[in-house]
Write a protein that binds this ligand. Structure first.
Ligand SMILES: Nc1ncnc2c1ncn2[C@@H]1O[C@H](COP(=O)(O)OP(=O)(O)O)[C@@H](O)[C@H]1O
Ligand SMILES: [Mg+2]
Length: 329
């Protein structure tokens, strides 16, 4: 049933060598990869504190929640640690579409010997619990109440999980691990930034042993990532200006002035689009500006103007100049 050939860690890795973190810690890992181990992203920059928290999740079986604004690298951070440890990993995005049945399982009708019979098909949770797998509940603050109820049951003290309809209690595999990411601090959409998020109830919050925060990267690291992702980029100053625009959108978003921000993911796709279109302004419009609320575009065009000393047609200054020019005609 499983393609995993070894079911417990069989080697020790040096945290310093593997993650580039100043620590003498050694952590257990698997010597072989199976198809559920995420691919290694060599350009990934590990945040030391978050990495240590996630590692504690793996080698001390702590339940770790990583929180922070979107695009700060929460989901990929957990996956990239798993990738280095060869630890199989499945990520379930709890956005509005996942239901309790997807997680737990449901009766399905199958044909056997020409007869229709009902058969229980396990969902992702029982599947993962039986294996040496890290299960990531991604964007847990977007989970629906029925889904949160299932998660609550896994978080109960001994981690045993009852398949109520099946009369079966599943003991988690000793190498089963549980992680979560959240865009808010479990407090729902209190500042209006994340629509559709719920309060993670206090009883559940208490059951996460470690809560760590991932913020945007220091500029120098973000420059390194963007340049590593788009190898034809060789103008570091240009990349710095791009990140300066992104930083302005982040501060403005945090202050509640605009409703969309440029994540590192957006900066990377801006750089990629610039490679295609060979025009930084066109690429900016295609990768970010067109995704923004029309009413906010002039503010964002201003940010671009400040960092690149080049007007976009959306900017106030550009519009004003045009009106004045029209008036003079
Ligand atoms: N520390 C990092 N090193 C390399 N790439 C990163 C880093 N942080 C974010 N990224 C890039 O940004 C993208 C968004 O990361 P993701 O994990 O999806 O963010 P989140 O889950 O916080 O919304 C990823 O595809 C990754 O390429
Ligand atoms: Mg994510």
């Amino acid at each position: 049933m499983s393609d995993i050939t070894i079911d417990k860690p069989d080697i020790m890795l040096s945290v310093r060598d593997v993650f580039g973190i100043d620590s003498n810690l050694k952590v257990p890992a698997f010597s072989q990869r199976d198809s559920h181990v995420p691919d290694i992203d060599n350009a990934y920059q590990f945040n030391p504190e978050v990495t240590l928290a996630i590692l504690a999740g793996f080698f001390r079986d702590r339940r770790v929640m990583v929180q922070g604004l979107h695009g700060t690298g929460k989901s990929t951070h957990i996956e990239q640690v798993a990738a280095r440890l060869n630890w199989p990993c499945v990520r379930v995005n709890l956005d509005g579409h996942i239901s309790r049945l997807d997680l737990v399982g449901k009766d399905t009708i199958v044909l056997r010997d020409g007869k229709q019979i009902t058969q229980f098909q396990e969902g992702i949770v029982p599947w993962a619990l039986r294996r040496p797998t890290a299960l990531i509940f991604d964007e847990i603050d977007a989970g629906r109440p029925d889904v949160m109820f299932v998660i609550q049951r896994i978080l109960e003290r001994d981690g045993k999980f009852t398949l109520l309809d099946q009369n079966e209690v599943i003991e988690p595999h000793p190498q089963f691990r549980l992680f979560a990411t959240s865009n808010t601090v479990g407090l729902g959409n209190s500042n209006g930034l994340y629509h559709g998020t719920q309060m993670v109830n206090q009883a559940q919050m208490d059951r996460w042993n470690i809560v760590t925060t991932l913020n945007y990267l220091p500029t120098n690291d973000e420059v390194k990532i963007v340049m590593a992702r788009v190898p034809t980029l060789n103008d570091e100053q240009q990349v710095r200006s791009m990140i300066a625009v992104a930083d302005m959108t982040r501060s403005s978003f945090a202050a509640g002035d605009i409703s969309t921000l440029m994540s590192p993911r957006t900066v990377i796709s801006w750089a990629e689009n610039n490679e295609i279109f060979q025009d930084i302004a066109v690429a900016f419009r295609l990768s970010f500006l067109n995704k923004c609320d029309e009413a906010e575009r002039p503010i964002i065009a201003e940010f671009f103007q400040r960092c690149f000393d080049q007007e976009l047609t959306e900017s106030w200054a550009h519009q004003a100049a045009k009106v004045m020019a029209d008036g003079q005609l």
